[in-house]
Ligand binder design. Sequence first.
Ligand SMILES: Nc1ncnc2c1ncn2[C@@H]1O[C@H](COP(=O)(O)OP(=O)(O)OP(=O)(O)O)[C@@H](O)[C@H]1O
Ligand SMILES: [Mg+2]
Length: 274
Amino acid sequence: MDVILGIDIGGSTTKIVGFTAKNNMLGSLQVKATDQVTSMYGAVGNFLRTYSIPLRNVSKIVLTGVGASYITGSVYEVPTVKIDEFRAIGLGGCTLSALERALVVSMGTGTAFVRVSDGDVIHIGGSGVGGGTLMGLSSELMHENDISNVALLAESGDLANVDLLIKDISNVQIPNLPPNATASNFGNIKNTATNSDKALGLINMVFQAIGTMSFLACYNTPIKDIVLTGALTVLPQARDVFDGLSKLYRLNFIIPPLSIYATAIGAAVSFLES
Ligand SMILES: Nc1ncnc2c1ncn2[C@@H]1O[C@H](COP(=O)(O)OP(=O)(O)OP(=O)(O)O)[C@@H](O)[C@H]1O
Ligand SMILES: [Mg+2]
């Protein structure tokens, strides 16, 4: 059996997926190490062991992600190629959502916006507001480095203790702006705000910023589907915030299954399609 490995060496973690030559997915996992080379080799070893695949069965390795630049030559003497990360994001997001036209947003350490339309995959821009922002500000504001704990804290948070809402600053109805829309993230922080309030405020701020940039990236285009990928998509708050933004902007924010692995899947799919 020929196995194709797609490996996404990101700014924080390495994601790996395996496919058969017939496009069947064999499995996925992610690893984290202090440097990208260790992370990539660790991911391959861990994957082959976890899924009981002998190295001799691996016929191709497709690398992508910012860390791919640190890997030169072939990996374990398996034919190895690199694919542009933005192409992998676009292909992976569209494969997982079964869409041919969409804005695919990678919410990782930073955020990337990729427009896929009529077979074209275009990186239209990026933002430094992403998972790294959430980690850094959580550490400063709540002395919490573990994102799972930040998400737990946020469950009992109240945005009213943190954010300024439109209804706080206007007593008339503004067209296209519901009274509960955010006027300013952290613009009304109370001195009684708890760590839970701050955690929810931070998660909400990062997701709202990404959602609003996505809306602007789709403005005046036929694109109505926004596919969200990357590790931030698995935070429980993602669904709530993006459902709210779907209604506000009349767009479909979609979190597909395996969203964490979209870029790695895009890397493997680019080879399988070719
Ligand atoms: N358990 C977790 N659940 C959800 N999000 C997490 C968890 N642990 C870390 N994160 C967040 O995920 C972010 C990293 O996301 P991801 O792994 O998709 O990025 P990356 O691919 O390494 O980076 P980039 O794509 O920007 O190069 C971290 O900055 C952190 O905010
Ligand atoms: Mg990434």
